[in-house]
Design a protein around this ligand. Sequence first.
Ligand code: GAR
Length: 201
Amino acid sequence: MNKRIAVFASGRGSNLSAIIEAVKNKKIRADLSLLVSDNPQAGAIEKAKAAGVRVALVERKDFGSKEDFEKKIIEHLEENKIDLIVLAGFMRMFSPALVERFKFMIINIHPALLPSFKGSHAIKDAFDYGAKVTGVTVHFVDELMDHGPIILQEAVAVAETDTPETLEEKIHKVEHRLYPEAIELFVEGRLKVEGRKVSIR
Ligand code: GAR
């Protein structure tokens, strides 16, 4: 039986589109069963709907506590029998309890070479810092921000002619190729985690 994926997105959803495309083309051999978003304005919601992907909108403001907010998320994940949680621009940290409940079942993409430039403005931060090389990281999620074991990484050179916008374009292009690749490795059961090291079998 196919593995079932949930994508989590708070924003425009270009990585979601790349994943939808890769599932369609069988570059990811799994079912894209659910989009979870915490933002009713997220472009990702329309993209999911257009592709026939079920959408769960779970807004933090509708819950008295983070625990209740996450309880609702877990309900959706269980209802949909999710095997892999793919964070694609989901701008919230999960509690240690949720991370533990789905240990090594949550992956994230970050637009820099971790551990450099953590946080939510990584592309601009690398650009402003004057980095000559930045890149993309796909990693398992642990209880710390942008921290868990690294699955795939790819460097992107910063040209002298780059602007934050052109650099962002370059990074997104790499993301849209690298994330489906990492997801397929997970789906095929080829990732082995030992401490911080992830080997590909
Ligand atoms: C992506 O560039 C992703 O790497 C970044 O958010 C963007 C979402 O774009 N994530 C982080 O910065 C996480 N720290 P998208 O909505 O077009 O896929």
